[in-house]
Design a protein around this ligand. Structure first.
Ligand SMILES: CC(C)(COP(=O)(O)OP(=O)(O)OC[C@H]1O[C@@H](n2cnc3c(N)ncnc32)[C@H](O)[C@@H]1OP(=O)(O)O)[C@@H](O)C(=O)NCCC(=O)NCCS
Length: 179
């Protein structure tokens, strides 16, 4: 398949919504999460990345800013969420290409860590490891240790950045429930 991986443009926004909706079983939650993040201060335009085939969007990855805080300091980090590939083209490597491009861009932009909540069978191949074993904490969501993961992009970032990951307000819908 001739697939182009590129930055999202304003013309893609409707199709990006539809791809997220379709990938997540026709529910809108993740598609709306994308819209909230896009409107927020944590949005980084180069980190909303699409996969295009024959002029159609078939996949989308969003990485955005969050903070790791401890008693003394706040560190800017990146969180990965969501990632979506249309059901009929899953398992063909599209997700892999989106994540590899996303991590490369984050590294070039100088970010030290990317964190996520995700499937422990999928993300380790990209360099993600259980975050709590590196002194990172997550309190906003109750999740098992192996699904809260971190990828180190700059040398020593894991040694320098410790504390609690705080997802920004855009990750929580109006009812206050977590996504
Ligand atoms: C997760 C997702 C983005 C992966 O994209 P993809 O293009 O299908 O992935 P790739 O082709 O690059 O990789 C395929 C591998 O991922 C695995 N995989 C795909 N979806 C997975 C999932 N939900 N959980 C665990 N592993 C998964 C496949 O089993 C395959 O593993 P293998 O290489 O060991 O056989 C895609 O399946 C998707 O959109 N799923 C629905 C939405 C979702 O769950 N998003 C993640 C949560 S934010």
């Amino acid at each position: 398949m001739g697939i182009i991986i590129r930055t999202e443009t304003s013309k893609d926004i409707e199709q990006v919504f539809d791809v997220n909706r379709a990938a997540f079983g026709n529910r809108d939650d993740e598609a709306q999460l994308v819209e909230r993040i896009r409107r927020s201060e944590q949005f980084v335009a180069q980190l909303s990345i699409v996969a295009e085939r024959d002029g159609d969007i078939i996949g989308h990855l969003l990485l955005s800013k969050a903070e790791v805080v401890d008693d003394e300091s706040r560190h800017e980090v990146i969180v990965l969420a969501p990632i979506a590939v249309l059901p009929n083209v899953q398992k063909l490597g599209v997700g892999t290409r989106l994540i590899e491009e996303g991590l490369k861009r984050c590294k070039e932009l100088g970010y030290g860590l990317v964190l996520l909540i995700g499937h422990p069978d999928y993300y380790p191949r990209f360099g993600f490891r259980p975050a709590r074993s590196f002194g990172l904490e997550l309190r906003q969501f109750e999740v098992p240790d192996d699904v809260f993961m971190v990828c180190e992009l700059q040398e020593n970032a894991l040694r320098q950045i410790k504390g609690e990951l705080r997802y920004p307000v855009s990750f929580f819908d109006n009812s206050g429930s977590a996504r």
